[in-house]
Design a binder for this molecule. Structure first.
Ligand code: FES
Length: 174
């Protein structure tokens, strides 16, 4: 009496139940699923360098004599881009506002580019003067003048300083 039989001896390590095992496998699959979703989002927000190379390269936009002094010339190559010739030289930049992507317009009276969406303002060289867009200037294009020929290029080295959505807009066009 009082002695335990072999059947009554308690098992110190209870076996893993089938329910616990299923829960563990489900959690593991969930983690893999979340990982796949996050990696897709990160890939979407980070444009690959190959995409930048696709839009890179110089594009001929006209000749020096075509552009009058103090003129604003809108040129397009997948993006709305402006080329300005004034007493200080040639300037070119994208007219996509780096705040939320509206297209800035030139205000002749104020001599400024104004964003119609949230009233940001930029000077004639594309530098931000006011608005919720600070610290971003209008994206300056690279300019190459060979004799009379003017060519423009998207500045790959300046793009990383801009928000992800803006970079995607620049490399895919608007
Ligand atoms: Fe230009 Fe908001 S989109 S200031």
């Amino acid at each position: 009496m009082g002695e335990k039989t072999a059947i009554e001896i308690e098992n110190p390590t209870p076996p893993v139940s089938r329910r616990k095992l299923l829960r563990f496998i489900t959690a593991l699959l969930g983690l893999f699923g979340m990982g796949a979703i996050f990696s897709s989002i990160i890939a979407f927000l980070t444009p690959p360098r190959s995409a930048l190379k696709k839009v890179g390269g110089w594009q001929f936009v006209g000749t020096l004599s075509e552009f009058k002094e103090n003129s604003l010339v809108k040129t397009y190559f997948g993006l709305p881009v402006i080329l300005i010739k004034n007493g200080k030289g040639l300037f070119s930049f994208s007219t996509v506002c780096p705040h939320l992507g509206c297209i800035v317009i030139w205000d002749e009276k104020k001599k400024k580019f104004i964003c119609p969406c949230h009233d940001a303002a930029f000077d004639e060289e594309g530098k931000v003067l006011k608005g919720p867009v600070k610290p971003y200037n209008l994206l300056p294009m690279e300019i190459k003048v060979e004799g009379e020929r003017i060519s423009l290029k998207l500045p790959e080295d300046k793009l990383p300083a801009y928000p992800s959505w803006f970079r995607i807009t620049m490399i895919s066009g608007v």
